[in-house]
Every structure is written in C-alpha cells, then in structure tokens.
Design a protein around this ligand. Structure first.
Ligand SMILES: [Zn+2]
Length: 251
C-alpha cells in the first residue's frame, strides 16, 4: 500500500474503533458544494471587501448595504446541495453513540444531509436577530422582500445571526462543544476543511484523549494543525471521507 492508502486505512480503523468522536468542519467542506467563499462572491459583490461588510461597524453605518450583501449570499446558497462529505459526517453520527459536530460554516448543508448533533460556532445565515431584543428567528426567504428586515415585535433592525469579524464566537455553541468534550473520552477528532487558524479551533482540535486517541486532519494542504495530526489526509473531503467512514450503520 502507498502512504496515502496506508493513511486512509489507519483513519478508517481509528474511526471504526472509536466510541467518542468529535468533528470540526470549516469552509473547505462547503466549498466542495460550490458555496462561494467570501472571496468569490459573484458579479458586483466581487469588488466588495468582506472585511468591510461582515463587521458591526459596517452594519451600524449602512445596514441596507450589509443586508444586500447577505441577501446575495443567501440567494446563492439557496441553490446549493450537500456533498458526499456532508453525508458521510451525518452517517458517522448515526454510527456513534458519543458524537458531536462543531462547524464554522453558517450554511445549513450539514442539517440538509441529516446531521442533528451539531452546533454552529460562527452562527447561522438563515437566522436573523433583533438588534434590540436579541430574539432570533429563522427566515429562509431568499431574496428577502424588504431590506433591511425589521423586528415584528419592536420594530428595531434585524441583523444576520452570524458572527462578524471582531465579534465573540457563539456562546451557546461553544458551551455545547465544551460540555461534550469535558464529559466524553474523545477517541477520535476529525478536522475537515479548516485551516484551524483561530486559537479556539486549534484548542478544540487537540482535545483527544491522551496517547490512545487520534487526531485526523482532512485538508487540501498542510495547515497549522498538521504538525499535531496523527493522520493527515491531503485532498478533497468529498472523496476522502466516504473512504474512511463506513457506508452501513454498525450494530
Ligand atoms: Zn425586537
């Protein structure tokens, strides 16, 4: 077997034998579905610097403009389908008693594929939040009829329920992940499609149990996490995950 085949085999064995599994996903997983990244939004929006739109300051200055940008992203997203990596992760959840998925993605492709034990650390693009009351509601209309949307209850502006640059990560999602990690012996951590460039992602990625656990990284290239990975699978998640996650539910 070549090195890659060997690594795939090792990963498959570690996953099959694991009881507690923690999965972290990032933009790379959505990108394989054709979700445009911040950098490759279409048309007019191509010229807009996301760091100038996805911030509290930009929203305070021009909420309509920020909403137009999000409305365009939501409309693009509405046409996108989950890919084989989303389905493989959803399948793994069904096979493991102790499982949790933490995603950095704001889309709902994991849910569409069937994942239920998950949290969105950077919020959800299909939710809007009242800027005065903090109440959150789902709104999947794309495009939205009126921009910017306003709270039905109090009339204040609503904003996308996503984490903007310079904001804290979602506290509820972080608490769910922490609670899972502190109560569960983690045999396998699988990090997929994220450079783990945030400190908290790095911290969560390395929370497997002692020397017996395995950190499996699935990324297009090497990242800051690679030196810590026990198994590094380099390539497309949609091609690799189906090879390391069994097709048929166990038991
Ligand atoms: Zn309100």
């Amino acid at each position: 077997m070549n090195d890659m085949g060997d690594a795939i085999h090792q990963a498959a064995v570690a996953i099959r034998q694991a009881r507690g599994v923690f999965v972290l996903t990032g933009a790379g997983v959505s990108a394989e579905s054709g979700v445009p990244t911040f950098r490759d939004a279409g048309g007019f929006w191509k010229k807009i610097d996301p760091y100038k739109v996805a911030t509290p300051e930009a929203f305070a200055e021009d909420p309509k403009f920020v909403w137009e940008w999000y409305d365009a992203r939501r409309t693009q997203l509405a046409a996108v389908q989950p890919n084989p990596s989303h389905f493989a992760i959803a399948r793994l959840e069904k096979q493991k008693e102790l499982f949790f998925l933490l995603t950095q993605n704001v889309d709902d492709l994991h849910e569409q594929a069937g994942s239920t034990k998950l949290a969105h650390i950077h919020g959800k693009i299909w939710e809007v939040r009242c800027t005065r009351e903090g109440t959150v509601r789902e709104d999947k209309r794309a495009p939205l009829p009126i921009l910017p949307p306003r709270c039905e209850n109090c009339g204040a502006l609503e904003r996308p329920n996503v984490v903007w640059f310079g904001e804290m990560i979602d506290g509820n999602a972080a608490a769910l992940a922490e609670s899972f990690l502190s109560q569960t012996p983690i045999d396998v951590v699988i990090v997929i499609g994220t450079e783990a460039s945030f400190g908290y992602i790095m911290d969560w990625s390395t929370r497997k149990r002692g020397s017996g656990g395995a950190l499996i990284e699935v990324n297009a290239g090497t990242t800051g996490l690679t030196p810590y990975a026990d198994i590094h699978l380099c390539g497309k998640a949609g091609e690799l995950l189906p090879q390391i996650i069994p097709t048929i539910a166990e038991g």
